[in-house]
Design a protein around this ligand. Structure first.
Ligand SMILES: [Zn+2]
Length: 289
């Protein structure tokens, strides 16, 4: 029997804590005209929009890769960073706020501001709250439009999927959208129930995104490669299949442990290669089905 000792809320911090950051690399590719995807340490996607008005950044990855990310952004533009948008509160998306967001306006959901105002205690480890300038200057619930570099950038709050405060950032001219951790492209998603997430709302929100944005745009998730809309559709239907399987097994009286022992999600083994394994995905879904 496989047993997990890690409460789910501990995973993102513990899994990244013990590593050598000096080898972390940042790759850069154009996601659309004037919009670049920086892939930090082969793990986290940061979007950078450049133009005459300056630089806008969506998500600031780890605190430990801040200077490298700053250097990578400076290669794309010599203009100042005017805006930093956090798609949600997790440390692999807000960790560099103090470096990337210094001198910029930081935009996020109020839950990000609240999260960053407190020390985070994880068992024996305390991660101190970042300096106040790393906290959002502008908070939003609902929707806002930001006219910047000739784009009317749409920022939309889609609550309760990955966390309570998930934001989408859409560049209609460049045909690119950053959907934060509502896309772990090719992987089982992490759903942060302790911060207002819910796996069924997560799935509903992904379906909503597919219905409400055009077919010819590029989807950037917090983790994994960029996806076309068709790839997003296939990904969603795979997740829906896994949910049906766990739901049906639970209806026949199977426990989560029995489902893990018989590997009912074995077909999606490759989806477990990031950090939410088949077993953790079963544990995530089980109480909600
Ligand atoms: Zn996250």
């Amino acid at each position: 029997m496989k047993t997990f000792f890690l409460p789910l809320f501990l995973i993102p911090l513990t899994i990244f804590a013990q590593r050598d950051w000096s080898t972390a690399e940042i790759t850069s590719s154009e996601a659309g005209p004037g919009v670049y995807r920086l892939f930090v340490d082969n793990r986290v996607s940061v979007l950078v929009q450049t133009g005459d008005d300056g630089v806008l950044v969506v998500d600031a990855a780890y605190a430990q890769t801040g200077e490298k990310l700053k250097a990578a952004i400076e290669k794309l533009s010599d203009k100042p960073i005017r805006y930093l948008i956090n798609t949600h509160l997790h440390g692999d998306h807000t960790g560099e706020n103090a470096i990337i967001g210094q001198g910029a306006q930081i935009i996020a959901h109020p839950s990000v501001k609240e999260y960053l105002s407190k020390d985070q205690v994880r068992g024996e480890t305390t991660i101190p709250a970042p300096p106040v300038y790393a906290s959002p200057d502008i908070t939003l619930e609902g929707k806002m439009t930001l006219d910047f570099n000739g784009e009317s950038i749409e920022i939309l709050h889609l609550p309760g999927g990955h966390t309570t405060g998930d934001l989408l950032v859409y560049f209609p001219e460049a045909k690119v959208i950053h959907v934060g951790d509502l896309l772990f492209a090719g992987y089982f998603p992490y759903v942060d129930v302790s911060n207002g997430g819910n796996p069924l709302v997560y799935i509903k929100n992904v379906a909503w995104i597919l219905e409400n944005y055009p077919d010819d745009i590029t989807f950037i998730g917090g983790h994994g490669p960029a996806f076309s809309k068709n790839q997003m559709r296939e990904h969603l239907s795979a997740l829906n299949e896994t949910i049906e399987i766990v739901k049906n097994a639970k209806a026949t009286g199977k426990t989560a442990e029995q489902m893990k022992d018989s590997r009912i999600l074995k077909q999606w083994e490759s989806f477990g290669a990031f950090f939410i394994t088949e077993d953790i995905w079963i544990d995530t879904l089980y109480p909600f089905l």
